[in-house]
Ligand binder design. Structure first.
Ligand code: HEM
Length: 127
């Protein structure tokens, strides 16, 4: 390996800008909670998966919104909850958005717009 090549290898960014695009179920999403070797942090909202890795101050371990790291945050965001109560576990059935009332639906839609504007979509969330 040449000198330039090995330098490039050492300079490899911790958070590559291009992530694997694809389909995530809750179990696959859970691997991207920032604690795995790649250190990537993904969050699912409705049918999309967002890369929030560069906002570790919000979503990293012990950060205020770390509870959403590697999780489907759909219902939790709709219900303005930071507990695990509304975070689906692997094998869970897809959330039923019709259980949300009008203000929860509005809150969720606002969050979806916020994430669409701020973060890169890296995949689709499927159950
Ligand atoms: C006392 C209650 C809360 C306070 C004072 C608070 C405060 C804040 C502040 C100041 C920011 C903006 C940080 C910045 O841009 O520098 C923020 C962002 C955010 N908050 Fe809260 N928050 C509260 C509750 C919640 C709850 C209950 C949720 C979710 C259920 C939530 C979810 C979020 C999310 C997702 C962001 C966006 C982070 C991003 O930019 O990706 N917050 N909050």
């Amino acid at each position: 390996m040449g000198r330039k090549q090995s330098l490039e290898a050492n300079d490899e960014p911790k958070h590559p800008t291009k992530q694997e695009n694809g389909v995530f179920d809750v179990a696959k999403l859970a691997k991207f909670d920032g604690t795995n070797s790649s250190q990537l942090i993904f969050i699912g909202i409705k049918d999309k998966v967002y890369d929030v890795s560069h906002m570790r101050q919000f979503y990293g371990k012990d950060a205020p919104y770390g509870c959403f790291a590697g999780k489907d945050a759909t219902i939790a965001l709709a219900k303005n909850s930071l507990t695990t109560e509304f975070i689906p576990k692997p094998g869970a059935k897809i959330y039923d958005l019709s259980v949300l009332d009008e203000s929860e639906t509005k809150a969720l839609d606002d969050w979806a717009v916020f994430f669409d504007r701020k973060y890169e979509v890296v995949g689709t969330l499927k159950y």
